[in-house]
Structures are given as structure tokens and as C-alpha cells.
Design a protein around this ligand. Structure first.
Ligand SMILES: [Zn+2]
Length: 282
């Protein structure tokens, strides 16, 4: 173990000399797995018991030295990570976050917007979105995210993350997840290990809704289900059936809307899984 530590620190000196003058010189005390890109998630590893700040905000570190970085659709072009080690040493790195282009659809000449929901419905919408927000804010010590993600259902992708419609010049909220069309009743699986943090049988927009907590503020949401097959607090593994594809809430047809978020930042689920497997129908 001592030999290993010596070896590591020699390597570090070497790397520091090699990278002198380049602020982004690699450092074996801070490594990354994932995509530094808008919508991307990165699992970072440093020394246990360090203090980590991401863009100046303290970030949860697991006992193994893991922490998460998530980049929203409109994330800044760089992220700054500051690690303060147990010996007082500080490592500061600024890393590039690649910019993406998202589909934007402009539709002009539409008839004026339909009336806004009545006060009672508005109240309901606000109460429901508060429930979802609270579930997304959960910052548990779990590290279920280390097991990775898989598609919760196989089907045709009909809506991608980040796409936006501008209706009569008014930009609408960008699409916060991925839509997968599949026959009603198709089983929906947990995309990763976790714990059910919220179920709701009838939300105005999202119908039957399930949220899973994967640890460190990483959550996934499954929306428009026809059936829910889990309960709050239930432990699930990747592949556990959590419900069935439906069209509950405001949906134009049976599909799963699948979203992933780190705290309140929406991420692109497609970046966490490989390409959609080709089904026999495709
Ligand atoms: Zn959707």
C-alpha cells in the first residue's frame, strides 16, 4: 500500500511537471467517467473525506470518494471543481462542457392560446409540481448510480431531450426527458437501482407518476403510466417492473416520458444508455 502511494505521488509530480502552465493538467486524485456535455452526467472520483465544490457549491461526497456532476440543457461552457484534501491541499480544475444544438420548432399563425386553467386546477398543478420538486431535491447517501442506467422500455423515440417549440413567437419549456412510444400495457422497468421516492395515481399533467431516487440527488421519473406496481419506499433494482405504459395525464397517445434529474437540473436520459435496441418491429 505504501509502495502504491509512493508510486501515485511520483506520478503526480510527473504529471504536474508535464502539465506545468496548463490548468487542466490531469491529476490522478480526480478522475471522471461520463460526458462533459450539455445534458450529460459525470461520476467523479476523488479521495474520501475531501471537501468538494462544484461552481462554488458544496457537493455530497460518498465514503468512497464519489460525487456527481450534471449539466443542464443550457449549461455554461465550463465547470469549476475545487477539491480540498484532508492534508489541506487544494486542487482546482476548470473543465469544458461541450455545447449541443437542440431541435427548435417555430410555429406561427396559431389561433390565440386556449384559456389558462381555472384557479382550482392551477392550485392542483402547483401542489403536484411541488411534490415532484421535493422528491427531486432528496439528496440521499445512496450510490445506486454506480450500477449505471438501462432503457426502461423499448419502443420508438418520439420526443428527444431539450427540444423546444416556439408558438406564435412564445418559447415553451424545453422537453425535459425522452418520449418512448410503446403499446399500452408494455411493462416499464426501473432504469437503475434505487428507492421509490414518490408515486402519484393522478397528476394533472403526468397522470400516474413514479419517481426513483438513485442517490446524491440523482432521480428518474416515469410518466403517463396506466398502472403503478410499486409503493413509496420500495427498493428496486435495474429491471424491476414499476408499472405499465399508458396515456394518463396530458398525453396524446400511449408512451413513456422518462426523465432524469440531478437535484433540479434535467439531464438527457439518452446519454446514460446506449442507442435504443432495435425491436423486431423496426
Ligand atoms: Zn415527454
Amino acid at each position: 500500500m505504501t509502495a502504491f502511494r509512493l508510486h501515485l505521488s511520483n506520478l503526480l509530480v510527473f504529471l504536474v511537471l508535464l502539465g506545468a502552465g496548463t490548468p487542466a493538467a490531469a491529476d490522478p486524485r480526480l478522475t471522471f467517467e461520463g460526458s462533459f456535455v450539455q445534458g450529460g452526467l459525470v461520476v467523479a472520483r476523488t479521495e474520501p473525506f475531501a471537501l468538494v465544490e462544484v461552481d462554488g457549491r458544496p457537493t455530497r461526497l460518498s465514503p468512497e470518494g464519489l460525487f456527481l456532476l450534471g449539466f443542464g440543457r443550457d449549461a455554461d461552457p465550463t465547470v469549476e471543481i475545487t477539491v480540498t484534501f484532508g492534508d489541506g491541499g487544494v486542487l482546482r480544475r476548470r473543465l469544458d462542457v461541450a455545447e449541443r444544438e437542440f431541435p427548435v420548432q417555430r410555429i406561427e399563425g396559431l389561433p390565440p392560446q386556449q384559456v389558462t386553467p381555472d384557479p382550482k386546477t392551477l392550485e392542483r398543478i402547483h401542489a403536484e409540481s411541488a411534490l415532484i420538486r421535493t422528491a427531486r431535491e432528496l439528496d440521499s447517501a445512496r450510490t445506486d448510480f454506480t450500477g449505471g442506467f438501462a432503457w426502461p422500455v423499448q419502443g420508438t423515440i418520439t420526443g428527444v431531450f431539450g427540444s423546444q417549440r416556439i408558438l406564435n413567437g412564445e418559447p415553451r419549456a424545453p422537453h425535459s426527458g425522452v418520449d418512448i412510444a410503446a403499446p399500452p400495457g408494455t411493462p416499464v422497468a426501473a432504469a437503475a437501482d434505487g428507492v421509490v421516492s414518490l408515486i402519484h395515481e393522478d397528476m394533472f399533467y403526468t397522470g400516474k407518476t413514479v419517481l426513483l431516487d438513485h442517490g446524491h440527488g440523482l432521480a428518474s421519473i416515469y410518466v403517463h403510466l396506466s398502472e403503478i406496481e410499486v409503493v413509496e419506499g420500495q427498493r428496486v433494482e435495474q429491471g424491476t417492473a414499476i408499472g405499465k405504459v399508458g396515456a394518463t395525464g396530458r398525453a396524446t397517445g400511449p408512451h413513456l416520458h422518462w426523465g432524469v434529474s440531478l437535484n433540479q437540473t434535467r439531464l438527457d436520459p439518452e446519454l446514460l444508455v446506449g442507442p435504443m435496441p432495435k425491436t423486431s418491429a423496426q
